[in-house]
Design a protein around this ligand. Structure first.
Ligand code: 3SL
Length: 236
């Protein structure tokens, strides 16, 4: 039976063997939610890159939209920051355009997980799409939490628990303590996810940046239930 495991931070990735596995990259606040929203709103492809220089170069070379965030704020010189609402602005239609994006933790976590057999981007917005992909693949799943600068983030691990709950009982969700912890946290928080995650450090950080509406948006379970960003060659 395939197994679900959770890597709490990209810094712990050297402890895991990604080969043959499905890696689910999760940065609920906000990179993975923003990427899912962009694709859900008609962006054709996403090129996630680790550094701002790569983002600028890729945008110039491919003539695509650029989005970048550092310290939670839009990085200067790019078309967009890391808010999902950037892709919902009728004044700046995104449908049919490609995007390159660089964020502090989320896109870097993805770039560090490319040894996996399959790499997908997960969020509450597309939870069912990720679960359906895992069921179809029938491989071990590793949820790679982007965290914050190497540290644990509550919301990413809660997502890991939500995914494990969807995959049980066809997947083994009991043999990893990390997954058990994710399940416990999800079960604690799922009745009122917003109230539960309000305690988290990243929500406090976003609130101080006046990005609290992003937080509520990112918690809409299955709002983009058919959107599955899958890594293929150099893009999602
Ligand atoms: O670190 C990241 O990848 C970002 O998602 C962080 S923030 O939500 O834009 O602050």
């Amino acid at each position: 039976m395939p197994k679900v495991d959770i890597c709490f931070s990209p810094e712990l990735l050297p402890l895991y063997d990604l080969r043959g596995k499905v890696a689910v990259i999760v940065d609920i606040l906000r990179a993975s939610s923003t990427i899912v929203t962009a694709l859900g709103e008609g962006v054709t492809h996403v090129f996630p890159v680790a550094s701002l220089d790569e983002c600028t170069a890729y945008g110039q070379e491919h003539g695509c939209m650029t989005a970048a965030e550092r310290e939670g704020l839009p990085a200067p010189g790019f078309d967009l920051g890391n808010s999902p609402f950037g892709f919902l602005d009728a004044a700046r239609p995104v449908r049919g355009r490609a995007l390159t994006i660089s964020t502090t933790n989320g896109t870097a976590a993805l770039r560090r997980s490319l040894a996996a057999e399959a790499v997908v981007v997960g969020s509450f917005l597309n939870l069912e799409a990720v679960a359906a992909f895992a069921r179809q693949q029938q491989r071990d799943v590793l949820v790679v939490c982007a965290g914050w600068k190497g540290q644990f983030c509550l919301e990413d691990t809660v997502f890991g628990g939500a995914l494990a709950e969807r995959l049980a009982p066809d997947f083994d969700v009991r043999s990893s303590d990390a997954t058990l912890a994710g399940l416990h946290l999800w079960q604690q928080g799922k009745k009122d996810l917003s109230a539960y995650l309000l305690q988290s450090a990243h929500v406090r950080r976003l609130n101080s940046l006046e990005a609290s509406k992003d937080f509520e948006f990112c918690l809409r379970v299955d709002a983009y239930a058919n959107v599955l960003p899958v890594w293929q060659e150099d893009r999602l």
